[in-house]
Design a protein around this ligand. Structure first.
Ligand SMILES: [Fe+2]
Length: 246
């Protein structure tokens, strides 16, 4: 499996402060095969249950878009007995410690939303956001889990390690100048993203200030991922997003 992200690859028992430092420097920390086969199997079962039940009840939160479906789940509203492994995986101590260190406060909403995301293959790359290289207008700290072996062919996320530092400055300056970030040009043209590849159970943690792009899933392939979105309470309030956490 190709992967030239050795510099950001960490041991599963790395110290939370070291993990946070890696993300400050590179925008990402990668843990190939972090979760056991048993956990991945259960996450896959819950993944199907999330999407099938949302479809059956015509859940308006279920977003159908180019090449797939996305269900944003508010972790505090989840049926914990129905989705115990998802709740445990995205509420674990390691994630909490890394997020608090990175965000510099205990006042955070850990994985307040969990995105359950299925993509099937399409004939040609989709030339629009979030597939284009970009940084997010609202900074988010994300915990990304691959539920199947994921390569460039089946939609590994792409990233430009280290670009978080410059992009953060652009975003922060716009926020200070205009009080919001809705107008900043956040598409990054002519940069080469590196696919974040990994076997089923791979975890990576990244700051959306790093330039990234949703991977293009080639025909005949599929992508199954879950990702948790973490923000400080202050950032949620600043952008009027408290409803995503309560
Ligand atoms: Fe994004």
């Amino acid at each position: 499996m190709r992967n030239n992200l050795q510099q950001v690859t960490m041991k599963p028992d790395a110290d939370p402060a070291q993990i946070a430092d890696m993300i400050r420097a590179q925008g990402i920390a990668l843990f190939p095969g972090y979760f056991s086969a048993e956990t991945v199997e259960k996450l896959n079962e819950e993944f199907d249950r999330f999407l099938n039940e949302a479809e059956a009840r015509h859940d308006t939160a279920l977003i159908k878009n180019d090449g797939g479906v996305v269900l944003p789940v508010v972790r505090n509203k989840m049926d914990i007995e129905h989705f115990p492994v998802t709740f445990e995986v995205f509420g674990q101590k390691m994630m909490s410690e890394v997020a608090m260190d990175y965000l510099g406060t205990p006042d955070i909403a850990l994985n307040h939303q969990i995105y359950v995301n299925y993509f099937h293959g399409v004939a040609k790359p989709i030339q629009k956001l979030p597939f284009l290289a970009h940084f997010d207008k609202i900074s988010t700290f994300k915990f990304f889990v691959y539920l199947t072996d994921t390569t460039e062919e089946n939609g590994a996320m792409g990233i430009d390690p280290g670009s978080n530092i410059e992009n953060c400055q652009i975003r922060e300056k716009a926020l200070a100048r205009e009080g919001h970030t809705t107008l900043i040009p956040n598409v990054k043209e002519n940069i080469q993203l590196t696919p974040v590849e990994g076997p089923a159970g791979t975890l990576f943690i990244f700051d959306t200030d790093a330039s990234h792009g949703v991977g293009f899933v080639q025909e005949g392939h599929q992508r199954r991922i879950m990702r948790g979105h973490t923000r400080t309470i202050a950032n949620l309030k600043l952008h009027g997003l408290q409803h995503q956490a309560i």
